[in-house]
Design a protein around this ligand. Structure first.
Ligand SMILES: [Cu+2]
Length: 151
């Protein structure tokens, strides 16, 4: 069983390498999508009153929710989404709808920055997670960092 799965993995890697050689420039477009914090840095310490938070994404377009999109009956666009910031929430499982409140802030206008102001001293876990037009979480598009606010 173990031998089989090792073999599977190396043959998948070989296929991926082959596809990359075949694809050339197209191979780059097929690269894995990811989301991350441009700032602050993971593990950083902050004495300032205003901390700028900026999100970034690679190989995944960020797009505002279309005007008039009906959350009940609308069909979310595939392969695009918007950022969500979670305070001490961690990543939600794939396919879940990110709640309004409960530590979550939505950036449905497609924006990628916000500030954390006058936060009491302590350690904060910040999560950025992409959700589609319906705020539904997507495979592999979540990152959590930890920062420390000092007096
Ligand atoms: Cu949302």
């Amino acid at each position: 069983m173990r031998i089989g799965s090792v073999w599977m993995r190396s043959s998948l890697a070989a296929v991926a390498a082959f596809m990359f050689l075949l694809g050339g420039a197209a191979g780059a477009a097929a690269q894995e999508a990811r989301v991350f914090f441009v700032s602050p840095a993971d593990g950083s310490q902050h004495a300032e009153d205003v901390i700028t938070i900026e999100f970034g994404a690679e190989n995944y377009p960020i797009s505002p929710i279309p005007e008039g999109f009906d959350q009940e009956t609308g069909t979310p666009r595939e392969g695009v989404g918007h950022y969500h910031l979670g305070y001490n929430t961690g990543c939600l499982p794939v396919g879940e709808i990110i709640p309004e409140g409960q530590g979550w802030q939505h950036f449905g206008d497609g924006s990628s920055t916000t500030t954390l102001e006058n936060a009491p001293a302590g350690t904060y876990e910040l999560t950025v997670q992409i959700g589609d037009d319906q705020h539904r979480t997507q495979e592999g598009l979540c990152t959590t960092i930890s920062i420390e606010v000092t007096d």
